[in-house]
Design a protein around this ligand. Structure first.
Ligand SMILES: [Zn+2]
Length: 186
């Protein structure tokens, strides 16, 4: 899972299921039932976690997969990884497992990265397991207004259907999306 060899996974906690619903105002809510197996999931303080998110750049697609991976150091050699999305769970891994996680999510990526570090962090604040070549300040040019946009904000509509999709900033996409959809998905 996440490119981590099974020998570096000390324990896998599963068995808590996502629940989707809507609040009284109609806003979408996702919550997860607490693990109720014989071994409860370890305490995980999300506030102290370092989170890597899936970078969904195609605004036309609703993806079902894992969209966030949060890490806390449990001891000097064990780390807890909480993952959320269409499924949720927790892994306890060794330091070597963390090297593999860092490489598989944040290692050399061509073009727009599929996984990005959440929030604004400087190079100095990155945890040791983030690969050296990960660029926190990577940007891409909007093909409409030519503004440079951070990796997590660039949009690539039609990515799955179009061979070389264009790249837009969120502001331009707001303006052109109706026309764009008419043109591409008639
Ligand atoms: Zn733009």
């Amino acid at each position: 899972m996440f490119g981590i060899s099974s020998e570096y996974i000390i324990k896998k906690y599963e068995g808590y299921e996502p629940k989707f619903g809507h609040d009284p105002e109609g806003a979408f809510l996702a919550s997860y039932n607490q693990y109720e197996g014989p071994e409860r999931k370890p305490e995980f303080d999300q506030e102290d976690a370092f989170t890597v998110s899936y970078n969904q750049t195609d605004p036309n697609i609703i993806r079902d997969g894992i969209d966030s991976v949060s890490v806390i150091a449990e001891t000097s050699d064990t780390y807890l990884i909480n993952y959320h999305g269409y499924v949720a769970g927790c892994l306890r891994v060794t330091r070597r497992g963390m090297i593999e996680l860092g490489e598989s999510l944040l290692g050399a990526q061509d073009g727009i990265p599929k996984w990005v570090i959440q929030g604004s962090v400087s190079d100095e604040e990155l945890p040791w397991w983030v690969p050296d070549d990960y660029d926190v300040a990577l940007t891409f040019e909007c093909q409409e207004c030519e503004k440079e946009v951070a990796s997590e904000n660039i949009l690539t509509p039609g990515e799955c259907e179009i061979e070389s999709p264009e790249q837009f900033c969120e502001d331009c996409w707001e303006v052109i999306r109706t026309e764009w959809r008419t043109e591409h998905f008639r």
